[in-house]
Design a protein. Structure first.
Length: 343
């Protein structure tokens, strides 16, 4: 029996609608993963995929689909006739890196030249977020919001992105959801969009953020805090979550991006906690041992990709912390993404 299969037998993967969760003990699971079923039969096939190589998963070309017949304005920020409203362009926020931003509120570790990623929490949910390690972050831009339905729609119209999933809680094709985050997309689709927009004037180099960039940005530039705004527990005043009577703060859906500005980071990033989980570049590992310390992505190991931030389904506030790690190999009604780039 090879090492991957031994690991598979030693850990129980709990999967709900595409989200996987490493669970080595009985625990109270967050709503995002509740009503779980143990899918042990598929473990061998899942882990077999990781044995085919540790290179990055190639991003497939978008499949062909029927054209809408709409007039193509030809640039990001043009009109999207499928919704009949202007398509707002992606807005960038500059995130000063550790080489220029000396933050007295950083956690202290290592040489003091970077920020301390991860946690020393004793909670079982955070075992994969250890050990705490110092990461040097270069200055980069991050999109102020998660990519919206109307922004993603332009990519679909141009045959550069495949259509998102549809169904319960999916925003694609639902009237009035233009400014909601696109959801029901997988990691490949997120990369299709990043590639598309990265070829547009003014958006060169667009990509998914690395996991360390995401955590650095979500803590307002590496501050020693649990959430974008500080350490106070999430509520519907600051995050789109399962609260105030139901999913999405009682609205039973995501909300338009930047609906909860009280929860913004110091730099002005919206929805770094809640609304949709956000895909990052990195492959999932069950710890940070061997992780890059230069802000780049960790692309060795599992097929699964990392998700961060919690969603409109989250009621377990620990899963909404900036250092909490989730992962998946599929799309989900709670999965979306935002972009990053170097100028």
């Amino acid at each position: 029996m090879n090492n991957w299969k031994k690991y598979a037998l030693g850990a129980v993967l709990v999967t709900v609608a595409g989200f996987a969760y490493v669970n080595n003990s009985h625990r109270n699971m967050p709503t995002d993963f509740r009503d779980a079923v143990i899918d042990g039969a598929a473990l061998d096939s899942r882990f077999a995929a990781t044995e085919k190589g540790n290179g990055t998963v190639p991003v497939p070309k978008a499949p062909a689909h029927a054209k809408t017949g709409a007039v193509d304005k030809g640039y990001i920020g043009g009109s999207d006739p499928s919704f009949g409203v202007p398509n707002r362009p992606v807005e960038w926020v500059r995130i000063e890196g550790t080489e220029t931003r000396r933050n007295p509120d950083w956690k202290k570790c290592g040489s003091g030249k970077g920020f301390c990623m991860g946690t020393d929490s004793v909670e079982k949910d955070f075992e994969s977020a250890k050990p705490v390690h110092e990461v040097v972050i270069k200055t980069f831009d991050m999109s102020k919001t998660a990519v919206t339905v109307e922004q993603y729609a332009e990519c679909v119209r141009k045959d550069k992105c495949s259509k998102p999933g549809t169904g319960n809680y999916c925003n694609w094709g639902v009237e009035g959801r233009q400014l909601h985050p696109i959801n029901c997309v997988d990691w490949d689709q997120a990369n299709q969009y990043a590639r598309f927009i990265g070829n547009q004037p003014g958006f060169k180099g667009a990509r998914l953020p690395s996991e360390s960039e995401w955590e650095y940005a979500a803590t307002s530039g590496g501050k020693n805090q649990k959430y974008p705004w500080g350490n106070d527990e999430p509520t519907c005043d600051k995050a789109v979550m399962n609260g105030n009577g139901g999913l999405g703060c009682g609205k039973s859906s995501t909300l338009p991006v930047c609906s909860k500005t009280a929860g913004n980071t110091e730099q002005g990033l919206c929805d770094m906690t809640g609304n949709v989980w956000q895909w990052v570049q990195d492959k999932y590992q069950d710890s940070y041992k061997g992780a890059p310390v230069d802000g780049s992505a960790f692309n060795a190991g599992f097929y699964y990709r990392v998700l961060r931030g919690g969603s409109f389904r989250s009621d377990d506030t620990s899963s909404m912390r900036a250092d909490f790690r989730n992962y998946s190999g599929k799309s989900h009604d709670a999965s979306g993404f935002r972009l990053a780039r170097y100028r």
